[in-house]
Every structure is written in structure tokens, then in C-alpha cells.
Write a new protein. Structure first.
Length: 289
């Protein structure tokens, strides 16, 4: 799949319409486009995805975007919609368009429903900027002969088991079934990637990553074997994914949010900070009609 750096995978029609039984509402005005899932009396941009929001041309103005928002409001009022939710991507993905969208939404009667914090690792020619503790973990992994590699999708079941085990241990929800995740690998074979750390032939850590566009890699799921936790194979995993990003010319690695509806998970936040991440707001907007 070839697309411009400006295109984001969750905006692509192939992704948006992957479930044909779910109603999708599309709005377009001048150079602004947006997809919504309709769920009862609510529009969400977009359901079952990390974000939706607008696809806008770099030359678009706030007034242009406001025109599209007016069209959305008028249609919603005429079709029994009582609330409109727009879930934006992390601001660092496109700071100019994020600022423009925020200004237009607030001016059009939207409120900020929640401010999530995404943690972003900028890819440079140097290695991963980990703290002293993580450096010791990496050296220990080298003495243990752990190996990092990109895995074939036929190992997804094994990787998923580690992810489920880790998330259940920490009390985090598992938002996708194995079957649902396998379908995404089938639909987007170039964009859904599986990485792992192995102790000889045993998979001890795994991550599902999504190519948002040619410049952004998003770490969607990550998990490890609890028995190997004293050796922190996740540190080796993130370090390997960072090197993959550097080799494939990605500019940022998105480690995901460390909040739940705006509430900070301090332990998760501190863990991601140890990889040298920086914060980027990921806003959700709401308009009650």
C-alpha cells in the first residue's frame, strides 16, 4: 500500500469501511473530510480506532473548516443526533493541522471532553535514549543472548497470548480479539507488524505495531512473559523497534497513551518516560446538540 506521508491509516476508506455492517457517515466541504461511525444517536469519529478527526489540506483555513462543521451540525440536527464526538490524533503528528482543528472546533461549540497524553519517541541517528536502569537491562539481555526480530504473522497467536497475559495482570482491557487482530493483519499486511524478543526459540516478549504513515510507527500492543520480567525483555523489544524505525526512516515511534479518558496512569507514564519519550496531547472533543 503506497500513500503520501500526510495520509494516516485510520483515515483510509479501506480501514473505515472494513466492517460493512456498521453505518458510516461521511462529510466533505472544500478541502476538509471526516468520517463518523453512527451509534444510536451519537456520531463518533471514529469508533474502534485510536483516532479519527479531519483530513484537511494544508492550505485550509479555520473558516473553511468551520463551514464543514456547520454542515455536520445541520445534518445531525435533522437526523436525530444528540452528540458529536471527534477523537483527534496526537498533536505531534501534525501540529499545524491540530491547532487549526482545535480552534475551529472550540469556535463551533465543541468542548474538550478529555485530554489524553500520548508518549512519543523521536527517532534520531543515535540509539534509544534510555535511562541508566534500562541500559543495565539491555546489557543483561545481551549476556542472556536474547534476540529481537520482526516476526511472521503465523506467530501472532503466540504474541497475542503474551499481550493478553500482560494486560490482564495489569488490569488493562484487551480491546481486540485474536480473530479481529488477525483480520487486520490480513487486510493490511504492509501496515500491521509483529515484533518479538526470543530466548533461543521461546517467544518472551511481543508487540503489534501499526504503520500510521511512512513517518510514524505506533506501538499498539505490547506484552511479555511474566516469568522473564526480572530480565525486562520489553526493554530489548522497544530498543529493537527503535532500531527498526531508524533503519526504515520513520521519524517518530508512538508508544501510545498513558491515560484513560484523561486520567493519568502514573506507573505506565513513568515506564514510557524511561525510554526518553516526550508528551503529546491527544484531544477528544464533544458537542451536545
Amino acid at each position: 500500500m503506497v500513500r503520501s506521508p500526510a495520509s494516516l491509516i485510520f483515515h483510509l476508506p479501506k480501514f473505515v469501511f472494513r466492517n460493512p455492517d456498521k453505518p458510516i457517515i461521511f462529510f466533505e466541504d472544500r478541502a476538509a473530510q471526516i468520517y463518523f461511525s453512527r451509534i444510536g444517536n451519537e456520531l463518533i469519529s471514529i469508533d474502534n480506532a485510536p483516532f479519527g478527526s479531519f483530513m484537511i489540506n494544508d492550505e485550509l483555513t479555520k473558516d473553511d473548516l468551520s463551514s464543514c462543521l456547520k454542515k455536520i451540525t445541520l445534518w445531525s440536527q435533522a437526523n436525530g443526533i444528540t452528540s458529536v464526538v471527534i477523537r483527534s490524533f496526537p498533536e505531534i503528528y501534525n501540529s499545524k493541522n491540530s491547532a487549526l482543528t482545535k480552534q475551529a472546533l472550540l469556535a463551533s461549540g465543541f468542548d474538550i471532553l478529555c485530554e489524553d497524553v500520548a508518549q512519543i519517541v523521536n527517532i534520531t541517528e543515535s540509539g534509544l535514549n534510555v535511562n541508566t536502569h534500562k541500559k543495565r537491562r539491555l546489557r543483561k539481555a545481551q549476556t542472556m543472548d536474547f534476540s529481537f526480530r520482526e516476526l511472521q504473522p503465523d506467530l501472532l497467536k503466540d504474541g497475542y497470548a503474551l499481550i493478553v497475559e500482560t494486560r490482564q495482570k495489569k488490569g488493562y482491557p484487551v480491546t481486540m480479539s485474536l480473530e479481529g487482530l488477525q483480520r487486520m493483519f490480513d487486510l493490511f499486511p504492509d501496515d500491521y507488524l509483529l515484533f518479538g524478543v526470543l530466548d533461543k526459540n521461546q517467544l518472551i516478549a511481543a508487540s503489534v505495531c501499526i504503520k500510521i504513515n511512512p513517518e510514524i510507527l505506533y506501538c499498539f500492543y505490547i506484552g511479555d512473559d511474566l516469568e522473564y520480567r526480572p530480565y525486562s525483555p520489553v526493554t530489548s523489544l522497544v530498543n529493537g523497534i527503535y532500531d527498526f524505525c531508524k533503519d526504515h526512516h520513520f521519524k517518530i515511534l508512538d508508544l501510545g497513551i498513558s491515560t484513560e479518558k484523561g486520567k493519568l496512569n502514573k506507573g505506565l507514564y513513568t515506564f514510557k518516560k524511561s525510554f526518553g519519550s516526550v508528551d503529546s496531547y491527544k484531544l477528544t472533543f464533544l458537542k451536545q446538540l
